[in-house]
Design a protein around this ligand. Structure first.
Ligand SMILES: [Zn+2]
Length: 416
């Protein structure tokens, strides 16, 4: 492999990545617009025309923003690689009178700050432009800024020690440093998972025990029926920020909690809440969470081994605009995470397919352990409340969607 060849390879991959993303977005907007005039036959009884058209407009608005985001992202990549951006950052941090480890940390922090600043306007427009326009946003500008500050602080508290550890291992742990880095990365994942329900999530939301009532009684009966031990049923004040509804599990092992958004409980009847929870229980019982974590572990190991090989190859640096890499592992780390998504994007549909398979299985579990008709009612309400389109472009959906289209899920539930 030569540097010139790798440059060409990256340029071609980047062009394909950009073209594919823009083409999928274009198809999606055209398809949704073409089906805007009438509610699909399967939903005529359940969803009104106004709600259907709102979902279409909301989907198009979000997709349009994602197009701008794609263009900015690609431009950033070009400036950082071919435009010499990374090379300039490497030279600047290299001139700091610090040890190599701290120069590399400064490099990664500078990069994180640049990417964060570029992403900020999109987050702002998403919340105060699109979400507000469609009546979903409930967050204030003050709360948005506080959330941002908390996010940065938590990111720094967790991310900086991890970065220091990995950078140190890359220099000190010998040729098999990537195995050690992998172990550190896995330990870090478990730490975040363990801290999330009790330490991180409460920084952003209030969690109160689910009050007694018909919903709680139904849920406890379902948990007993499925032999599921839990460490508490909680309601989260999701309505502070958005009117979108959801339910989820947090934690692992014996510390599992079940959390409902207050917006979900306000909207669904007890038997519908039961069906949604049964679906989530299905994900646990059928070991979807464990399987996904196992895949993540395997892929992380493969990527770290790949990084170890690339870090030793001079064409990798030169091909991405960094002339003759100094002995600084942070440079390899930065370049790797910068270009990896461009090369792995085409594998996205495999991950989406795997996830959709799990969603069908969890729906079937809900149909067996709760009620299929209540699940269908809950899904229709959630689709309506979240203004999720009922008519996604099939190819766009196959590429990106972690959940099968509403029509497909409902059709399966009705035959189960
Ligand atoms: Zn699910």
């Amino acid at each position: 492999m030569t540097a010139a060849f790798f440059t060409t390879l990256f340029a071609v991959a980047l062009a394909l990545f950009t073209a594919l993303r823009l083409w999928l977005a274009r198809r999606h907007m055209t398809y949704v617009a073409a089906h805007r005039a009438s509610v699909p036959p399967a939903f005529v009884e359940r969803i009104g025309l106004t709600a259907h058209q709102k979902a279409a407009d909301y989907t198009i608005a979000r997709t349009r923003l994602s197009v701008v985001e794609t263009l900015v992202e690609v431009l950033t990549l070009v400036v950082l690689t071919f435009g010499g951006g990374v090379a300039a950052l490497v030279a600047w941090t290299g001139s700091l009178s610090l040890g190599v480890l701290w120069q590399d940390l400064a490099l990664l922090v500078a990069f994180a700050v640049i990417m964060g600043v570029i992403g900020l306007p999109f987050s702002y427009v998403q919340t105060f432009g699109i979400e507000a326009k469609f009546g979903f946003n409930r967050t204030t500008r003050a709360l948005w800024v506080i959330d941002l500050a908390k996010g940065v602080l938590i990111g720094a508290a967790l991310g900086l020690p991890l970065a220091v550890l990995v950078l140190w291992l890359m220099r000190a742990a010998g040729p098999l440093w990537w195995l050690w880095a992998w172990a550190a990365w896995m330990a870090f994942q478990f730490l975040v998972l363990a801290l999330y329900p009790t330490v991180i999530a409460p920084l952003f939301n209030k969690f109160s025990p689910l009050p007694p009532g018909p919903a709680r009684a139904t849920i406890e009966a379902l948990l007993a029926r499925c032999g599921f031990e839990n460490r508490g049923l909680y309601v989260m004040d999701g309505s502070r920020r958005s009117s979108h509804g959801n339910a989820f599990f947090t934690g692992f092992g014996r510390a599992k909690r079940i959390v409902f958004f207050d917006t979900l409980l306000a909207r669904l009847a007890p038997d519908e809440v039961e069906a949604v929870l049964a679906h989530e229980l299905g994900h646990f019982r059928l070991k979807h969470v464990m399987k996904r974590m196992a895949w993540t572990a395997v892929l992380s190991l493969v990527f770290l081994a790949l990084l170890a090989w690339l870090a030793r190859s001079s064409w990798f640096y030169e091909g991405l605009g960094v002339p003759t890499a100094p002995d600084r592992p942070g440079v390899a780390l930065l370049l790797f995470f910068l270009v990896l998504p461009v090369f792995t994007f085409v594998f996205g549909p495999l991950s989406s397919l795997y996830s959709r398979k799990h969603e069908f299985e969890a729906d079937a579990f809900a149909a067996r352990n709760a009620s299929a008709t209540a699940m269908v009612r809950a899904l229709v309400k959630l689709y309506e409340d979240n203004a999720a389109t009922l008519t996604p472009d099939p190819l766009h959906s196959a590429f990106y969607d972690s959940h099968p289209p509403a029509a497909a899920r409902i059709a399966r539930l009705q035959t189960s």
